[in-house]
Structures are given as structure tokens and as C-alpha cells.
Design a protein around this ligand. Structure first.
Ligand code: PMP
Length: 289
């Protein structure tokens, strides 16, 4: 069951007009929110990021945070599975095709839910492969825009060679993955690229940085050069649906010893602990506390 413009319906019955600006221009923003044990994870942070994305495209937020919470809970309740991920999508609505914003047009609001499965244990045990590519996206990557053509093309480059992600490099420095954030470990120090307009401020990225701070794990938030990616002891990938994953092969060469490293193992365990706390109902927006 999905939500579309005020109504709940089976996804097969959901339709939007061809002049929707999401379809015509990719003029909209989205969020992906995991729900564990039917409880949305870090919802206030996702709603803050949604507001940032809406501000970035000058679209008014159609709902208050309480309204969003209510609506998302209704979608969760109408779908099967304890763990789900919610996809929320807002476009600038339906109007005669013209680049300029239409006046007084209601936005299109769509929410769907899918089962949320953790990455397979075998993949966590072996680690995954990634490739690198030049980051050729626009320079507002902090906005979670639905116009994802560069990300689609970049991710497909990985799929074409049986890798799970494309790690992006802009002007010689790491930005993020095509649909994930990327961390590097060197000499037991976790390195994280600083948030900027060149990457999406990941909710999972924040959890990782809160966990390392709370558990006194050495870390630095700073620009990471291409050489540092290529000589890393470990590379970690994060996203709401993949959680934390080890990248053990980059461009066909082993990362460090070619096996998931110590920091991955430690952070993965801490992340699972934090999730469990959330599921028991202790809503904390500060991991590790
Ligand atoms: N960067 C990009 C480009 C993404 O698409 C995603 C996942 N949607 C992320 C980073 C990770 O963000 P989050 O941890 O909030 O899922």
C-alpha cells in the first residue's frame, strides 16, 4: 500500500499525470527512511534533511514534522514486515511544461514502503568490490534531488563489472559513493570526508561519526586524497539500507589485506547495538549514548 496525494492505495493503482514536473524535469526531492521493528529510525534527522533539500529547490514543505510522522506511521502499519524502508518523494506538481516554477500548483506527494533486508552475512564476511570514477555530478549533491541520472550511470558502471558501488573522486579528492557515503581507514584512524555541497550528508555517516566519538576511536574529518583511497587499510561504505559494509577490493586490487578489517568489525557491532537500543524503544538521536 502506498500513499499518493492524500490517499492510500495498492501501488498498481497509483498513477500520476504525464505533465508531473517530476516526470518532465526531475523537479523534486526524496528521502529514504529505514524503519526497524516498525519504528522509523532517526526520523527527526531525515525530516531535517528533507527540509534542507526542499529549501535547496525552493519548494515549500507541504507538512509539519508531526504530519510526516503520522503519515509515515500509517504507511508502515499498512505494509507487511517488521523492518521496512520508506521512500518519500515530493515534486513541484503538475503544470504545462515550462522551466519556470508554476504558480499555485500543489506538490505531488508519494510514499511507498519496501521490505528492508540487511546485507547478506556472506557479503559482510568476504567484503564487497567497488570501482572508482570521476564525480561528474552537479555541485549541489547535498540536495537529495530525484534527478539522479549521473548517479544511475555511475552505479551501472559498478554493476557492469559485478562491483557493488562506484566511489567518486572530484579534483583528486573523495566525495562519496554513487548512492552511499565512503570512509577510509589508515593506520587505525577513521578518515571521513567533510560535509559540503559535494556530498549528501548521510544519516548513517552521522551515526558512524557519533559512534567513533562516543567510543574514543581515532578519527579525522578532512579531505581524503585519491592516493589515500588507493593505499587505505580499510574502506567502509554506509547507507540507510546497506548500513555499514566493508569494501575489500577496489578497481580489481585488494584493499589492505583484502579482508574486512578490525575497524569495520568494531563499527558494525556498535551499529547493531545502537539499532537494538532504538528497537527497544529508547529513541536516541545520539548514537553511542
Ligand atoms: N550519498 C548518496 C549519493 C546517497 O544516495 C545515499 C543514500 N541514499 C547516501 C550518501 C547515504 O545516505 P544515508 O546514510 O542517509 O542513507
Amino acid at each position: 500500500m502506498i500513499y499518493l496525494n492524500g490517499q492510500f492505495m495498492p501501488i498498481e493503482e497509483a498513477c500520476i499525470p504525464v505533465l508531473d514536473r517530476g516526470f518532465i524535469f526531475g523537479d523534486g526531492v526524496y528521502e529514504v527512511i529505514p524503519a526497524y521493528s516498525r519504528k522509523p529510525f532517526r526520523l527527526p534527522k531525515h525530516l531535517d534533511r528533507l527540509q534542507h533539500s526542499l529549501d535547496g529547490i525552493r519548494l515549500k514543505n507541504p507538512f509539519s514534522n508531526d504530519d510526516w510522522k503520522n503519515l509515515l506511521e500509517q504507511v508502515i502499519a499498512r505494509n507487511e514486515g517488521e523492518d521496512q524502508y520508506l521512500y518519500l518523494h515530493i515534486t513541484r506538481g503538475v503544470a504545462k511544461r515550462d522551466h519556470a516554477f508554476p504558480a499555485n500548483v500543489p506538490p505531488t506527494i508519494f510514499i511507498m514502503s519496501n521490505p528492508l533486508l540487511p546485507p547478506p552475512a556472506a557479503l559482510l564476511a568476504s567484503g564487497a568490490s567497488a570501482i572508482t570514477a570521476i564525480d561528474n555530478r552537479w555541485i549541489r549533491c547535498d540536495v537529495k534531488a530525484i534527478s539522479l541520472l549521473p548517479n544511475v550511470l555511475l552505479r551501472q558502471m559498478a554493476v557492469d563489472v559485478d562491483a557493488i558501488e562506484t566511489i567518486l573522486i572530484r579534483d583528486g579528492f573523495l566525495t562519496e559513493g554513487a548512492a552511499s557515503n565512503i570512509f577510509v581507514v589508515k593506520d587505525k584512524v577513521l578518515l571521513a570526508p567533510p560535509k559540503s555541497h559535494l556530498m549528501l550528508p548521510g544519516i548513517t555517516y552521522d551515526v558512524v561519526l557519533e559512534l567513533v566519538a562516543a567510543h574514543q576511536i581515532a578519527h579525522e574529518i578532512r579531505e581524503i586524497s585519491e592516493t589515500e583511497i588507493r593505499t587505505a587499510d580499510e574502506i567502509l561504505l554506509t547507507s540507510s539500507t546497506k548500513e555499514i559494509m566493508p569494501i575489500t577490493c577496489l578497481d580489481g586490487k585488494p584493499v589492505g589485506h583484502g579482508k574486512p578489517g578490525e575497524l569495520f568489525t568494531q563499527l558494525h557491532a556498535l551499529y547493531q547495538q545502537y539499532k537494538a537500543t532504538h528497537m527497544r524503544g529508547h529513541f536516541s538521536d545520539q548514537a553511542g549514548l
